[in-house]
Design a protein around this ligand. Structure first.
Ligand code: ADA
Length: 556
């Protein structure tokens, strides 16, 4: 399952994932050995490859002819794609989709090979030894698309509320493989349909911008997350030959003073940071595992998820759209120092991640904040320039959402003047032996009096404590479940009772695996700050968080 809804009725699309492939490692003890796997698959889920860092080849045969496009929703972390032994594309970053166009294929059976590489090197500025795992494999869905002589690459639909009602700013990208005269039709469910005749040259890519009037709509919000379809169709004298469908929600998200407004109402974010991580599936979580995480979050009274620290699977975003769960989605980065950010590949890789994230996810109404550069060098001049460029890139691509970045730079952060929202990661009563209420207020007050973030919405994007599942002691010492429960009680009150604070993301929903090469070794080579462990088994803090989250309203 790639999406929770059908994206094409005319274009012939075959899912190549959810079926058998063969996997073979390129090095190590089992080099050349062939394993039958079902993609999506991370090789760390196979006992022989729990700690394998290197390259692996995934192979599958398929039948096709003419112009085809292979769509990969995620390959971790670097992919090189071959069809019949010829390279047809490559991509860096596990967390954003990419596609490979293969025009003029002969009729018959063809061989698809995907070389995945999860090794660490200077070439990789974002996937580095870290407090999460960079897995190896084809970690998300794969599609085979049969194209004609031109096709629709994306349909962007940004809702805008005007004096005379809701409208949709639609942008449709059309790619011509041959010279072509055709008609593009854009249809908004319950609203207007517009069309435009196109005369395209071979190789030409154009973006058609149209504003469509909406009919009587129900606004999207946490209580009633109503979604509407939008479709684009290409036709010629023989009829319709290509299409693409997506969904949108009519909602506005703006900041006003220290408030974040969803359709004009001040929201209180009660969220969790969530890695895509699971002991059975690694980062290739199937629908059921994603849905389980969302049900746990909602049972706990959460209304938001932060995709720490990278763009998430579209399946996750589809479910958040349908369930009215708010999302902070961020580009891929965690804890990069200035030295890391000076890697010659860093800026291009970070900016490519933003472009691919927004191009793929702009329509999801659940995404209310675009985040960047979690805990990177925002206390340095060099870092400031990088943050500035990336915030500008986001605004250019999507001015409709506020921006932010989770800082851990205490009172030395110099970037709070750039985004709409000020966000901090802080660990009073865990990394610092300070009373949570005092610590939160002290930092909040500093922002108001001594930083360019004064008067902006203030979020705590990480706060929490560790607990080893099953470690229980009346002594309530660190790493016990009792300690975590008590610390979180203090922390949640400290944040949600702080005047002017718009919300909290607890670090984190569940325990996750970390890179065994990361310098700060942790118990079990896991990040143990989950409210549930990696098997989603509840810790003592579960009921404490549940009671507290449910006691605070979704609105301020
Ligand atoms: C940081 C970081 C998280 C995680 C957390 C922790 O805030 O953003 O990814 O590493 O610390 O558990 O210490």
């Amino acid at each position: 399952m790639i999406r929770t809804f059908c994206t094409n009725e005319i274009r012939e699309v075959t899912e190549l994932s959810s079926s058998l492939w063969s996997f073979s490692p390129c090095s190590g003890e089992f080099a050349g050995k062939v394993y039958p796997v079902v993609v999506p698959c991370c090789w760390e889920s196979l006992p022989d490859f729990t700690a394998y860092r290197g390259q692996g080849m995934f192979t599958k045969e398929f039948k096709a002819s003419g112009n085809i496009r292979l769509v990969f929703k995620g390959v971790s972390h670097t992919a090189t794609v071959y069809v019949d032994g010829k390279e047809v594309g490559s991509h860096y970053n596990a967390y954003t989709p990419f596609s490979c166009l293969v025009p003029g294929l002969e009729e018959g059976t063809h061989k698809l090979e995907v070389l995945a590489d999860n090794s660490f090197s200077e070439k990789s500025a974002l996937h580095i030894p870290n407090d999460y795992m960079s897995y190896g494999g084809i970690s998300r869905g794969v599609l085979l698309e049969q194209l004609e002589d031109s096709y629709i690459e994306y349909v962007h639909a940004v809702p805008v509320k005007e004096e005379d009602g809701w409208k949709v700013k639609a942008s449709v990208k059309v790619h011509a493989l041959e010279d072509k005269a055709c008609k593009l039709e854009i249809c908004l469910e319950g609203g207007e349909t517009v069309s435009e005749d196109l005369t395209l040259k071979a190789g030409q890519e154009i973006v058609v911008e149209k504003t469509l009037k909406a009919g009587q709509v129900t606004e999207w919000n946490m209580e009633s997350p109503v979604l509407y379809g939008i479709s684009a169709v290409l036709s010629d004298e023989y009829g319709a030959y290509d299409d693409l469908k997506d969904r949108l929600g009519f909602r506005q998200i703006v900041t006003e003073g220290k408030d974040i407004l969803l359709n004009g109402r001040k929201i209180r974010i009660k969220g969790f940071c969530r890695h895509e991580d699971h002991p059975m599936y690694c980062c290739a979580l199937p629908f059921a595992a994603i849905e389980q995480d969302l049900q746990i979050a909602r049972d706990l009274g959460a209304n938001a998820i932060r995709t720490s620290h990278y763009p998430n699977d579209e399946l996750f975003l589809d479910l958040c759209d349908e369930q009215g769960i708010l999302v902070w989605e961020e580009n891929h980065a965690r804890g990069l120092t200035e030295e890391h950010m000076r890697n010659p590949n860093f800026e291009a890789q970070a900016e490519a991640c933003i472009e691919e994230m927004i191009t793929a996810h702009i329509n999801h109404p659940s995404i209310i904040i675009w985040g960047i550069l979690n805990e990177c060098a925002s206390e340095t001049e060099y870092g400031y320039e990088c943050y500035k460029k990336q915030y500008e890139l986001i605004h250019k691509m999507d001015p409709s959402r506020p921006r932010s970045s989770a800082s851990c730079k205490f009172k030395t952060d110099i970037c709070f003047g750039l985004p709409e929202i000020v966000s901090y990661n802080m660990y009073p009563e865990w990394y610092v032996a300070e009373d949570a209420a005092f610590y939160v207020k002290d930092l909040y007050d500093w922002v108001q009096t001594d930083s360019p973030g004064s008067g902006k919405p203030f979020l705590v994007t990480e706060i929490g404590a560790g607990a080893i599942y099953g470690y229980r002691t009346p002594a309530k010492c660190k790493w016990s479940e009792e300690y975590q429960a008590e610390a979180l009680e203090h922390q949640i009150h400290a944040v949600l009772d702080q005047e002017g604070c718009s919300g909290i993301f607890i670090w984190q929903l569940c325990d996750v695996r970390i890179s065994f090469e990361w310098f700060a070794n942790r118990p079990r080579t896991m990040n143990n700050k989950g409210i549930v462990d990696e098997y989603r088994r509840r810790k003592l803090s579960y009921d404490v968080v549940k009671k507290l989250y449910h006691s605070y309203s979704d609105y301020r």
